[in-house]
Design a protein around this ligand. Structure first.
Ligand SMILES: Cc1ncc(COP(=O)(O)O)c(C=O)c1O
Length: 370
């Protein structure tokens, strides 16, 4: 089986993990946490990084730290992972959805302004798969209407938009370090911000809202969302190689494109936008309408040929859990609905061998022509 993802862990990972074991620093206290936070902050051009235990709770903490809560609305894409909408709902606020763009699958920023009401507090952007959201448009809308911006950068470590790092836009940005990400800590996440008070709030929320001078007396409710020194040790070893990892992904993306560009029946990722070059977090395909089967069938056919794949996200407005909560019931977002049904991605991990790409592309051509 050609795995859909394999991380590369052959830098300083073992050395730093051994340091944790040799020194006994294995919990959330220990020098790698600060070193990893500082390295992420410098990579994204932010003042602060707050490490947490995954990218989903990073979004929860970011929203609470911005003071978003009851009766507030946050505009976000329907096409994303459930973590985004779940965090808004858990904070007591309401997610308000926009459709995707065909082509780059990011949120359609032209639909944002029409969704702004008196209750709108923030825009949550999510950079999907490889190309960033049109941040110039988002930032100018946010400035015009006095809205906060939350940037879910989980999938685009090392990407830039107009020369500025992804993870540097808006009030807070969040990252995931799950093993399929450009840099991994096994499980892990981080919130980035320039605002000291937001950073302090994030640190407090991730650590049960302990008050240093009155341990075990709490004035607010927090969580144990701490990252361990072991995870941060991995993260530091990984971020040291971020440029190399980005180059590997771009090489993978161009090889896939060169082999698949003349194959009919599939829409390939766009190589570059006006302000960014695709980073290929995953190499994603959308079946065109003339193909007589959908992504689920294509993925099954590829699995029979021992090729690992993953489906696209399923839109928020089609999630049974949200219908049960009375949300999004009669809403329609045709672009997201189409790509959810006809999109999937191919093996895209950093450990993928060049020869494997040939095998995967042969299999893709085979299932489309036979
Ligand atoms: C856009 C986006 N946001 C958030 C997350 C959640 O991250 P985690 O899996 O670390 O909780 C993911 C995970 O893949 C993601 O793709």
């Amino acid at each position: 089986m050609i795995a859909v993802n394999e991380p590369l862990l052959n830098g300083n990972e073992k050395k730093y993990l051994n340091e944790c074991i040799d020194t006994g620093w294995i919990s959330s206290e220990g020098p790698f946490i600060k070193a990893f936070e500082e390295r992420m902050a410098s990579q994204t051009g932010r003042n602060f990084g707050i490490a947490v235990c995954n990218g989903s709770v990073a979004i929860d903490v970011a929203i609470l730290a911005l003071g978003i809560g009851k009766d507030d609305e946050v505009i976000m894409p329907t096409f994303t992972i459930i973590s985004c909408a779940a965090a808004i709902i858990r904070a007591g606020a309401k997610p308000v959805l926009v459709d995707s763009n065909p082509g780059n699958w990011n949120m359609n920023v032209d639909q944002i302004e029409g969704k702004i009401t008196k209750r709108t507090k923030a825009i949550m952007v999510v950079h999907i798969y490889g190309l960033p959201v049109d941040m110039d448009a988002v930032m100018s809308l946010a400035n015009k209407h006095g809205l906060k911006v939350i940037e879910d950068a989980a999938e685009q470590h090392g990407q830039t938009y107009g020369g500025k790092p992804i993870g540097s836009f808006g009030d807070v940005s969040t990252f995931s370090f799950y093993p399929n990400k450009h840099i991994t800590t096994g499980e892990g996440g981080m919130i980035m911000t320039n605002d000291q008070s937001v950073a302090d709030k994030c640190r407090s929320l991730r650590n049960l809202c302990f008050v240093p001078e009155k341990r075990f007396i709490h004035y607010e409710l927090g969580f144990n969302f701490r990252m361990t020194n072991l995870q941060a040790a991995l993260g530091l070893a990984q971020i040291e190689r971020l440029d190399e990892f980005v180059a590997i992904k771009r090489k993978m993306g161009s090889k896939y494109t060169s082999l698949l560009k003349d194959v009919s029946g599939i829409e390939l990722p766009i190589e570059r936008s006006e302000k960014a070059e695709n980073i290929y977090w995953v190499y994603a395909l959308v079946l065109t309408n003339d193909v007589p089967f959908d992504a689920a069938v294509a993925m099954k056919k590829l699995a029979d040929k021992k090729i690992g794949t993953r489906p696209f996200f399923w839109p928020m407005h089609e999630q049974p859990v949200f219908h049960k909560l009375g949300l999004f019931k009669d809403e329609k977002y045709p672009v997201a609905e189409n790509i959810a049904r006809r999109g999937f991605y191919l093996p895209s991990g950093l450990g993928l061998k060049s020869d494997d790409i040939n095998v995967v592309c042969d299999a893709v051509m085979d299932i489309l022509t036979k």
